[in-house]
Ligand binder design. Structure first.
Ligand SMILES: [Zn+2]
Length: 223
């Protein structure tokens, strides 16, 4: 049967579809995996924190295997929890930018979005940036790309699904099957997704360690 395109009844829906298409194309211009990686190494990344109650858990898990990771933090939370930011840095992890207030590029003017991202970049002293939800308009990308190294991901843990839909064993299988050199792996470190993260992270780190994988941190120079 031939596919039928959904009827676009409102201008807003068309605009949204176009933004999604542009976003898909833009992702190919951002860092999605470390393609230069030759070792058995993946790049663990955590978004949305820091928040108490989950940051400590993630840090303890990483420490068990001596893994380092890149934490894409929200500027507002970084300012609220300086002691957690200190713990991240003290553990040798990399602090990166996930915007100041976790706003979506589609929903605000480009100037507002760029200001929010640059505010977070200043407060966390980093040029590594991951857009919230991986969403980026053409104008935002064009404006930000000269100063920020924009990083997406290549392998998702699915830990941001609703808790009812999340299956830890299935998520772990997906991660294991998807692991290859240079993958940038997405997790979260927010209270909202904590039950899911706690259900999948320990098993994955254990598997990585038992199978001879190491974990690297992202830097603006990585390709
Ligand atoms: Zn996010």
């Amino acid at each position: 049967m031939l596919g039928v395109l959904p009827a676009v009844t409102k201008e807003g829906e068309m605009d949204f579809l176009l933004k999604r298409l542009v976003n898909k194309a833009l992702k190919t211009l951002c860092v999605c995996r470390v393609s230069s990686e030759r070792e058995k190494r993946v790049y663990l990344t955590f978004d949305d924190g820091p928040e108490p109650g989950i940051t400590e858990f993630v840090l303890q898990q990483l420490q068990l295997y001596n893994f380092r990771a890149t934490f894409f933090c929200c500027g507002a939370r970084a300012e609220e929890y300086p002691e957690l930011m200190e713990q991240l840095r003290a553990g040798g992890h990399v602090v990166a930018n996930h915007s100041y207030s976790h706003i979506h590029s589609y929903r605000v003017e480009t100037a507002t979005y760029v200001q929010d991202v640059e505010r977070a970049a200043r407060c966390m002293q980093t040029s590594l940036f991951r857009p919230p939800w991986g969403g980026l308009t053409w104008d935002a990308w064009r404006t930000l790309r000269t100063k920020q190294r924009i990083v997406m991901w290549s392998l998702g843990s699915d830990d941001s699904s609703s808790t009812e839909d999340f299956d830890g064993a299935r998520a772990l299988r997906h991660l294991i099957e998807g692991t290859s050199k240079g993958e940038i792996v997405l997790f979260h470190f927010s209270l909202q997704h904590a039950p899911n993260t706690k259900a999948v992270l320990p098993g994955y780190l254990k598997w990585l360690s038992e199978n001879g994988w190491t974990a690297g941190v992202l830097t603006p120079e990585l390709r």
